[in-house]
Design a protein around this ligand. Structure first.
Ligand SMILES: Cc1cc2nc3c(=O)[nH]c(=O)nc-3n(C[C@H](O)[C@H](O)[C@H](O)COP(=O)(O)O)c2cc1C
Length: 247
């Protein structure tokens, strides 16, 4: 599939189709036994990775679990939630605050072959990103950057982070959550459903799936075909006036 869309040939989009996808997505707690075809799952995962992400450093990973034995153990680590025990597929969506250096190199290596690499992009990944994301041993560089930022920030706008290992975790999680949402909407568009679960024992999930120690399991996504009793209640949201502020 060609992920590249020429800006000059933007496709016509039917907003009602988009609305259908968004409005029909629900957190589904019970799935049928029907498997998700591999091609559908692959397409959804590709669409997930098209999510916007910080500096295009793509700080995420997806661990897809389909085999019944491992799935059963993972469902247990997801506290035995119905969504986890009934889903034919479980996907651990992992944020990687620690892959930025390798991915900065990948961003250069995998720059589109038919496009010239702009010097500013090369400078960004070679010089600016290493300065921006590196927090140094024991976070000392981050602390120094924060101090400098506080001083310079009195006079002009400056980036206010990430200035620590914890802020790097937030940094990676933001982009990963966007990819997770793309994944959920892609599944819906294919006629399948999902349930994001942070209700899980992250230590056990990491051990079971042999995940990288610095990875953060942002959520485990249960995915499959919605069962008739899969949605527990009507969808509702708070009054927009409480949450949306026009300034
Ligand atoms: C980060 C995150 C974690 C969630 N964790 C769980 C969970 O562990 N178990 C569960 O049943 N639902 C979980 N949900 C689903 C929410 O309960 C659900 O999105 C919310 O109630 C709104 O319902 P809707 O998704 O059907 O609109 C989670 C959702 C998000 C975004």
């Amino acid at each position: 599939m060609n992920a590249k869309v020429d800006e000059l040939s933007l496709p016509e989009i039917d907003v009602e189709e988009f609305r259908k996808v968004v409005r029909s997505r629900r957190s589904v707690r019970r799935f049928t036994d029907e498997p998700i075809p591999d091609a559908v799952l692959e397409d959804c995962l590709e669409l997930a990775t098209l999510a916007p992400n910080s500096s295009n450093l793509q700080p995420w990973e997806f661990y897809v679990v389909k085999t019944p034995e491992l799935r059963g153990k993972l469902a247990e680590a997801c506290l035995g939630q119905n969504a986890a025990t009934t889903a034919p597929v479980l996907i651990a969506i992992v944020a990687r605050p620690d892959t930025w250096r390798r991915h900065a190199q990948l961003a250069l290596d995998e720059w589109p072959k038919d496009e010239k690499l702009p010097p500013i992009v090369e400078k960004y990944y070679k010089k600016i990103a290493p300065l921006h994301y590196n927090q140094g041993p024991f976070g000392l560089l981050g602390a120094a950057k924060k101090t400098a930022g506080l001083a310079v920030g009195l006079a002009r706008p400056v980036p206010r982070g990430p200035y620590s290992v914890n802020e790097m975790k937030v940094w990676a999680t933001k982009s990963t959550a966007l990819a997770a949402q793309n994944l959920m909407l892609a599944l819906r568009a294919h006629g399948y459903d999902s349930c994001p679960m942070e209700g899980m024992d992250e230590c056990r999930v990491k051990k079971l799936l042999n995940l990288p120690s610095k990875g953060l399991v942002t959520m485990v996504l249960a995915a499959g075909r919605r069962a008739e009793n899969g949605v527990y209640n009507s969808q509702y949201r708070f009054d927009q006036k409480t949450l949306v502020h026009y300034l």
